[in-house]
Design a protein around this ligand. Structure first.
Ligand SMILES: [Zn+2]
Length: 362
């Protein structure tokens, strides 16, 4: 079954566009994702031009992509990963068929090409018997409808509730669900699916392959890079911060983070935890030092203008020393740290209760 909502013409032009963009091997196409209709068309220049950013540290980039626009690699034994340098999926080849975790649309049909290439080489069956949803988000599982109907779909019970609500034909709700823990054993292979509470989403899973010393957890740790905008657009910031430590509590040597072009090592987790802790410390310092008086004086009865200008100024002040410390150590520190700082400052107010100028009236 093909996805009904994607016109073939657009898919073809997008594929050509991404292939052209991919000619610079291993250069992430993140900036290009989601602009399919731009392919082959000229658009008026953005006033002032597009901003420049610092070069990406080479260590943040992954392996070169093949001509089809993907890389598939072995992690250990029968465990593999596939990437388009922006998104990642993971799969096990078992005696009875393939267990796939996630189906990101940007990898799309290349999931089937990658699985075909690996199973032709190792002689294992290529049919996908089980599909695990890391969480409900379409950018990680929206290609699941490309894979056919003949598989067991597994996810958290909250994932099922969210997908029944969304009614997206590209994301059929999982039929096998659980609340806390689920052991998936297929053809001599084993995955442990753990729910450890809400973080990035209310349904996000820790997917652990103990026999391969590998953990997959998506949108929590971004190896080599700062977290995506707004601390990975996470719905619960304190629990998202804790989820980093939960991840480190597993015995793994390899992390599949769901994003970007390479796998993670334990040092990547430690470095991100330090970055996030520095953001929180900088937010506390800014809350104590930033004088709110000029914002009240200028905007008077426009309460939202007071908030906007104060919070924007706070985010810039929070981000400054963090960008300076991590530029060159974490890719795109100059791209998303201000957005991450904004969300951290807001979490400091509403989650941690440090309200600054908007606290108890004297
Ligand atoms: Zn997500």
């Amino acid at each position: 079954m093909t996805a009904p909502s994607r016109p073939q013409r657009e898919a073809t032009s997008r594929r050509r566009f991404l292939a052209a963009a991919g000619t610079a091997a291993a250069v992430p196409t993140a900036a290009l994702i989601g602009v399919g209709p731009l392919a082959g068309t000229a658009r008026a220049a953005i006033p002032g031009g597009l901003p420049d950013y610092a070069p990406i540290p080479p260590g943040a980039l992954g392996p070169a992509l093949n001509a089809d626009g993907y890389f598939v690699g072995n992690i250990n034994g029968d465990l593999y990963w596939v990437t388009d340098s922006v998104y990642q999926a993971m799969f096990l080849t078992t005696r009875d068929g393939v267990v796939l975790v996630d189906a990101p649309p940007t990898i799309g049909q290349n999931l089937l090409r990658a699985i075909g290439a690996v199973t032709r080489a190792n002689g294992r069956p290529a049919n996908i018997t089980h599909l695990v949803y890391s969480h409900s988000h379409a950018d990680h599982i929206g290609a699941s409808s490309l894979l056919g109907d003949d598989m067991v779909r597994i996810g958290h019970s909250e994932c099922r509730r969210l997908l029944l609500r969304d009614g997206d034909p590209n994301r059929p709700a999982p039929t096998v669900t659980f609340d806390d823990h689920y052991v998936l054993e297929v053809g001599g292979e084993r995955l442990l699916l753990d729910y450890r509470g809400p973080n990035h989403t209310p349904d996000n899973l820790f997917i652990y392959a103990p026999d391969h010393q590998t953990l997959m957890v998506v949108d929590v740790i971004f190896p080599g890079w700062v977290p995506f905008k707004n601390l990975a657009v996470s719905q619960d910031i304190p629990d998202w911060i804790s989820a980093q430590d939960v991840a480190m509590g597993y015995q793994w040597q390899t992390l599949v983070g769901g994003h970007l072009g390479r796998l993670g090592q334990r040092a990547d987790g430690d470095l991100q935890i330090a970055y996030v802790a520095d953001l929180l410390a900088s937010a506390r310092a800014t809350m104590a030092s930033l004088d709110p008086a000029p914002f009240f004086a200028k905007y008077g009865n426009n309460s939202w203008a007071i908030f906007k200008a104060y919070l924007d100024a706070a985010a810039a002040e929070v981000a400054g020393p963090v960008i300076a410390k991590y530029l060159g150590r974490l890719a795109a520190a100059d791209v998303f740290t201000a957005d991450n700082a904004y969300v951290m400052f807001e979490a400091l107010r509403v989650d941690y209760g440090m309200l600054g100028p908007f606290g108890d009236h004297p």
